[in-house]
Design a protein around this ligand. Structure first.
Ligand code: DGL
Length: 264
């Protein structure tokens, strides 16, 4: 069978995951679905997040020939996967913060999770930390502001480094040697985050792990590529020139508004 790869996020963050998958699977058709009308997801109530994600994704899966769905959003993945998997018959891959590898490579057993305010508080995250980083001191910093800065940067706006420094201070003042980028927006501002730390820290994201999983599942299901242009769908009324430029840098030649979640 043949089919495209649908990558989902609230905003531009999922492009960091899409880029990793594309390195391994450059010939597939990519559909990028981003729910920017409801961004930031880290501020949404749980049920509203679940219902909206399921509605938007299921609708697009029905409209296109999709072989696999990638929830390139930690905030959504740590919550919506069971409901989404129940609604779809194709594989759904989620992204979870890279706590396990971080705990393994930390030299001083002092690590940080940098994510959205919702992700740092999830029961899922507590379990992940208890299971894989019980021997570590784990700092948690949730910031929607940082998500919005990544969006502004992708839209071509100049951001003063001091803004990143102020947000990251609770972590940069500690002795952490590994920082888990537990929000897919953050690899998009990796250099700016790294520059906030006086000492060298390892910034870990889950992009490569997701790409490996997608490759494995597509090979397993014998999925071949659809040779059509990549297309992005967004829920805000329009996107500005800067964001359109970013989408084209990630290989998109077409983008289109779709109706947002009906209960908004
Ligand atoms: N990119 C998302 C994540 O990985 C969500 C950011 C947001 O909308 O708050 O968590």
């Amino acid at each position: 069978m043949s089919g495209s790869i649908l990558v989902f996020d609230s905003g531009i963050g999922g492009l960091s995951v899409l880029a990793e998958i594309k390195k391994s699977l450059p010939l597939h058709q990519y559909i990028y679905l981003f729910d920017n009308a409801r961004l930031p997801y880290g501020e949404l109530a749980d049920q509203a997040l679940i219902d909206g994600c399921v509605e938007l994704i299921v609708k697009q899966v029905k409209l296109h020939k999709v072989a696999i769905v990638v929830i390139a959003c930690n905030t959504a993945s740590t919550l919506v996967l069971p409901a989404l998997r129940a609604a779809l018959t194709i594989p759904v891959v989620g992204v979870v913060p890279a706590i396990k590898p971080a705990a393994l490579i930390s030299r001083n057993q002092h690590i940080a999770l940098l994510a959205t305010p919702a992700t740092v508080k999830r029961t899922y995250t507590d379990k992940l930390i208890n299971q894989f980083a019980a021997d570590c001191q784990v700092e948690r910093l949730g910031s929607s502001e940082l998500v919005l800065l990544a969006e502004q940067q992708a839209a071509g706006q100049e951001i003063a480094q001091q803004q990143y420094i102020d947000i990251l201070r609770p972590l940069s003042d500690t002795e952490v040697d590994v920082v888990v980028l537990g929000c897919t927006h953050f690899p998009m501002i990796r250099e700016q985050i790294a520059a906030c730390f006086k000492k060298q820290v390892i910034l870990l994201d889950s992009g490569q792990a997701i790409a490996n999983r997608v490759c494995y599942l597509l090979a397993n299901e014998h999925v071949s590529q659809i040779k059509e242009e990549d297309i992005a769908y967004f829920t805000r009324a329009d996107i500005d020139e800067g964001l359109a430029k970013t989408l084209s840098e990630y290989g998109f030649t077409a983008w289109q508004h779709i109706e947002p979640y009906s209960a908004m």
